[in-house]
Ligand binder design. Structure first.
Ligand code: BES
Ligand code: ZN
Ligand code: ZN
Length: 501
């Protein structure tokens, strides 16, 4: 998609579709009063084109509601799409991101290839440009990669119409939005691949290719290096698979950045999670090809960081392996010694994400990370707790967590904090080893997993993202296709950028 900013007046636009936004200006909370719909533009011709149908009342400007007008009088374009933003008193820049995505998916479905978007005047021009770019690029992704009758329905061009000052600032924001959203789509492309086409080795190759394209240092290590590093927890998971594991290490080291902080991005890269001998039921086991979504998010964040160039050092560790059954697989009750020296009783081989992350987090600290963030499709329990609206976030350090909250304000992603309090530690005490890899009870499963990770983080400020419930969308939404969501990429990028200013 070619993204551009233009000063063109709406009257002159020659795209397949002109997109404008509408909101309900009625601040009266009484539900019985009529909505007061207004187009969020002062352009008289656009307003006149839509006034009749807006007065008609069938369009309510609900969030992502669409209204298509043909042959709008006085305008050059042949189609005008009005997208709802909801109540104007509540509409935020995050609603605009989704609404722009809705417009893109509306156009794609109809084979229209060029769009012009008139941002709402009430919003800051630069923020709007960025939100529109993000929403549009994310919306342009489809996950039906292997359909032989697949038609290319990607959008060829999208022009954001900016009339007033702030052109330069808006152009910069547009580019930033494009970089971040393309990186989110990079993660989605990796996550979408089935496990036979995304083995740990292939993930390592894709990471190395991306790193060389964007000037990042990258090393991909095999089992021998894991043995050398004594990564017993990671190796315990990998030993049951015929596919060799990959330890991906990437570095972003700008010369103008101070020696510290060093941010450590750690990702779970299970390219297929059968559960191991604690085998998962057949029903929806196929979903476990996306168990590398956390690792893909970290690689994608590095891709964006390499282009946005914040003045902060970043390193990334992705632990990639399959979790399989075989005569060589680890067995329930086995004890593994993690790289940190801690002994782990593996009660359930399906709680493998925390095992690979134990060594990944410890290794990132050893490589110099002063602050850690990890992302993982770690527990079904997080989805039980939060549903498919919020992902889970855990942290052992208030300032570091507050930086993440600020990142969420920029990214618009939804995360809800869950506890990692000392009182939960009883849950992971083992009678034969230092810790066990499952909780003593079924309760608080997402926290039990976080408590396990905390053992390997120690005092290092840390943010843990459990994205299990949010990494895969089962159905299309108006602004995003079903399949991998790419959740966490934008927030991780913003968290990193927050350290670089
Ligand atoms: N990969 C799964 C978690 C998961 C579940 C991801 C649903 C995406 C959707 C993880 O490795 C797992 O199996 N966790 C177990 C832990 C349990 C055995 C303590 C779980 O959540 O059931
Ligand atoms: Zn598992
Ligand atoms: Zn898993």
């Amino acid at each position: 998609m070619k993204l551009e900013l233009a000063r063109t007046a709406p009257l002159e636009v020659g795209a397949d579709l002109l997109v404008v936004f509408a909101a309900d200006q009625n601040s009266n909370k009484d539900k019985n009063t009529k909505p007061d719909l207004a187009l969020l533009t002062s352009d008289d011709r656009v307003k006149r084109a839509a006034s009749h149908v807006l007065d008609g009342g069938e369009f309510k400007a609900k969030p992502n509601e669409t209204l298509l007008l043909h042959a709008p009088a006085e305008l050059k374009v042949t189609r005008l799409l009005v997208v709802g933003l909801g109540a104007s008193s509540k509409a935020k820049i995050h609603d605009l991101r989704k609404a722009a995505g809705t417009a893109v998916r509306f156009a794609k479905a109809r084979g229209w290839r060029s769009l012009a978007v008139l941002p709402p005047e009430a919003f800051d021009a630069a923020e709007s440009a960025r939100a529109i770019a993000e929403g549009a690029v994310v919306a342009d992704f489809d996950s039906d990669t292997y359909r032989t009758d697949r038609k290319d329905s990607t959008i060829a061009s999208l022009t954001v119409l900016v009339s007033g000052g702030k052109q330069e600032e808006a152009a910069k924001s547009l580019r930033e939005g494009e970089i971040v959203a393309e990186s989110q789509n990079f993660a989605r492309t990796l996550i979408n691949e089935p496990s036979n086409r995304m083995t740990p080795t292939i993930l390592g190759q894709r990471a190395a290719e991306m790193a060389s394209e964007f000037g990042l240092k990258c090393e991909v290590h095999g089992a021998e290096k894991l043995r050398e590093l004594k990564m017993g927890a990671f190796l315990g998971v990998a030993q049951g698979s015929d596919e060799p594991p990959a330890l991906i290490v990437m570095r972003y080291e700008p010369e103008d950045a101070p020696a510290e902080p060093v941010l450590g991005l750690v990702g779970k890269g299970i390219t297929f999670d059968s559960g191991g001998l604690s085998l998962k039921p057949a029903d929806s086991m196929e979903k476990m090809k996306y168990d590398m979504a956390g690792g893909a998010s970290m690689l994608a964040a590095m891709r964006a960081i390499a282009q946005l160039k914040p003045k902060v050092r970043v390193l990334c560790v992705v632990c990639a392996t399959e979790n399989m059954v075989s005569g060589k697989a680890q067995k329930p009750g086995d004890v593994q010694i993690a790289m940190s020296g801690k002994s782990i009783e593996v009660l359930n081989t399906d709680a493998e994400g925390r095992l690979v992350l134990a060594d990944g987090l410890f290794y990132a600290r050893q490589l110099g990370a002063t602050h850690l963030i990890n992302a993982a499709t770690l527990t079904g329990a997080v989805a039980i707790a939060l549903g498919q609206v919020n992902a889970g976030v855990f942290s052992n350090d208030e300032p570091t967590y507050q930086r993440f909250v600020q990142a969420l304000e920029k990214s618009g992603e939804k995360f809800w904090r869950l506890p990692v309090d000392e009182e939960y530690r009883d849950q992971i005490v083992s009678s034969i080893a230092d810790i066990r890899n499952t909780g003593l009870t079924r309760y608080g499963g997402a926290t039990n997993a976080a408590m396990f990770l905390r053992e390997f983080v120690d005092e290092t400020p840390w943010v843990h993202l459990d994205i299990a419930g949010m990494a895969w969308l089962d159905a299309d939404k108006p602004w995003i296709a079903r399949g991998p969501s790419g959740i966490s990429v934008r927030s991780i990028v913003e968290w990193v950028r927050g350290f670089g200013v």
